[in-house]
Write a protein of this length. Structure first.
Length: 139
C-alpha cells in the first residue's frame, strides 16, 4: 500500500471566499501514483472548510447568503468567542456547518465523483495563509 502526503496553501484576500481546488487535488493524486484507494482533503484551520458540491456561481452566492443568515459577521459583540479580542466567531460556526474534510474514492487513478461534483476550499476568516492537508492511501 502506498501513502502520499502533501500540503496546499491558500491565501484568500477577502474575509470569505470559495476556491475550486479540484485541479490541485488531481495533481496531488497524479503525483502519488495511487490507482485504487482513498484521498482525504482536510482544512487544517478552524475557520476554513473543505466540501464537495457544484461549481456554479449562483450556488456559491446562495451559500454566502445562507451562511451569513445563519451566523452573521456583525454585530461582532454577538459572539462570546469575540470577547477574547478576536472578530471571527462567525467563521468558526460557518466552518462547523460546511465541514472540515472530504474523502473521495480513487478508481483507475482518478477521483471517483458523481455528476458535477468538485472539491472546494471555503474560507471564512481570510487575509492570511492557511493550509489544506491532502493524504492519499492505496495501491
Amino acid at each position: 500500500m502506498k501513502s502520499h502526503r502533501q500540503e496546499l496553501w491558500f491565501e484568500v484576500p477577502a474575509r470569505r471566499g470559495f476556491i475550486n481546488i479540484t485541479p490541485d487535488i488531481d495533481s496531488v493524486l497524479a503525483d502519488s501514483g495511487v490507482q485504487e484507494g482513498l484521498i482525504l482533503v482536510n482544512a487544517m484551520h478552524i475557520t476554513a472548510s473543505v466540501f464537495i458540491n457544484d461549481d456554479e456561481p449562483g450556488l456559491h452566492h446562495d451559500y454566502e447568503q445562507w451562511l451569513e443568515g445563519l451566523a452573521p459577521h456583525e454585530p461582532i459583540g454577538h459572539y462570546r468567542h469575540n470577547d477574547t479580542g478576536e472578530d471571527n466567531g462567525d467563521a468558526h460556526l460557518k466552518r462547523q456547518v460546511m465541514g472540515r474534510e472530504v474523502v473521495v474514492a480513487i478508481t483507475e487513478g482518478r477521483l471517483d465523483f458523481g455528476p458535477w461534483e468538485q472539491i472546494f476550499y471555503g474560507e471564512f476568516d481570510g487575509r492570511r495563509r492557511k493550509r489544506v492537508l491532502v493524504k492519499v492511501i492505496g495501491d
